[in-house]
Write a protein that binds this ligand. Structure first.
Ligand code: SF4
Length: 367
């Protein structure tokens, strides 16, 4: 397998000039672009993984208000970091950020390391993130390759096949590095990403507005809509989840935070209501779960309206029950907290847990 160098060497200067000129006149004004502070760039790059810019913007602002420096982030308890991340999804990103901040303080005097190897050793920092932070903050000559850039490169060179296939991805990394304008790697990397995000989009690329259309093989061949090749999608999995919103006489409920590997994986390790996946009879299965794990046999379990929730390839149906108890049970094998039901929103919980809490509040008022 190989990818022919494209554009050819004698046309590279013009290619770079055109793309950089377009970037300078068309780039979106985004808060992380106003700074060369590696901490701010790192936070933005982690938040933007698998997440749209519009969704990231309010989180980015609030996160930096709360943790304005690496040291502030490293000193914060994990629960505070997860709370600031709540709703953004993929919570391992927040945990890795927190762990990496501690390592940066411990090993690198509180400054994101300049050395590529040291950056790659940080939790949650892979080849893409290291190249993005080091090139944008420090001007390192490292080309980024993410889904957007890979798509642009594949179309420019009319590269067929699955781009995520490891051998092909490595060839694309080499192609990205070859194109890199080494005098301005920060702008170059952002220009490639911006082109992929705003012009050379996954569906219906805007070729007439593209500053490098004259270099594009896919366009010349009429293949811009069929490159990259579609990946085989994992078929969606339907999951039903029953959750118990316990409620005592003081309208307090119980949240648990399972240790690693325990609990319902769909909620990650966030605070959550006792829950389990169910097959046939949600109420009986939930009752059995409450008896086996919490030692309670509640008399009153009222079903609340179900809700839909999507997690990657899973389509989750949430089946919450309002479970009235005389007294909240103790919990072993997990952290637990008794708190007023209307305060669940303010804890480090997933959006699924908050959906359940809102349904329970409505149910409790109606009851
Ligand atoms: Fe993408 Fe079209 Fe530009 Fe080619 S010409 S790089 S397909 S936007």
């Amino acid at each position: 397998m190989s990818i022919a160098p494209h554009p050819p060497a004698n046309r590279l200067p013009e290619f770079r000039r055109r793309l950089l000129a377009w970037f300078h006149s068309h780039k979106r004004s985004l808060p992380w672009r106003a700074s060369r502070d590696p901490y701010r760039i790192w936070i933005s790059e982690i938040m933007l993984q698998q997440t749209r810019v519009a969704a990231v913007l309010p989180y980015y602002r609030r996160f930096l208000e709360r943790f304005p420096t690496v040291r502030a982030l490293s000193r914060a308890p994990e629960s505070a970091v997860l709370e600031a991340w709540a709703g953004l999804g993929y919570y391992s990103r927040a945990r890795n950020l927190h762990r990496a901040a501690k390592e940066i303080v411990r090993l690198h005097s509180g400054k994101f390391p300049r050395a590529h190897v040291a950056a790659l050793a940080l939790p949650g920092v892979g080849r893409y993130t290291a190249a993005a932070v080091l090139s944008i903050a420090y001007g390192a000559s490292l080309a980024v390759l993410d889904g957007n850039v890979a798509r642009v490169l594949a179309r420019l060179g009319a590269v067929r096949g699955d781009l995520r296939q490891p051998a092909r991805w490595r060839l694309l990394e080499a192609a990205a590095q070859r194109l890199l304008a080494s005098r301005s790697p920060a702008d170059w990397n952002q220009a490639m990403m911006e082109l992929g995000a705003t012009v050379c989009t996954p569906r219906a690329p805007s070729c007439p507005e593209c500053p490098v259309a004259r270099f594009c093989r896919a366009r010349a061949l009429g293949l811009q809509d069929s490159i990259p090749a579609k990946r085989d999608k994992r078929p969606p999995e339907d999951v039903r989840l029953a959750a118990a919103v316990l409620l005592d006489a003081h309208r307090r409920t119980l949240l648990i935070q399972p240790a690693n590997g325990a609990g319902e994986a769909l909620f990650s390790r966030m605070w959550q209501f006792p829950a389990l996946r169910v097959e046939r009879d949600p109420l009986s299965e939930l009752r059995r779960h409450l008896r086996d794990t919490l030692g309670i046999e509640p008399a009153l379990c009222v079903p609340l309206p179900s809700a839909r929730h999507a997690v990657t390839f899973r389509r989750v149906t949430l089946l919450p029950f309002l479970v009235t108890v005389g007294q909240l049970p103790g919990v072993t094998g997990a952290d637990s907290a008794a708190l007023p039901l209307d305060e669940v929103e303010h804890w480090a919980t997933s959006s699924a847990t908050r959906k359940i809490a809102r349904a329970a509040l409505r149910g409790a008022r109606a009851g």
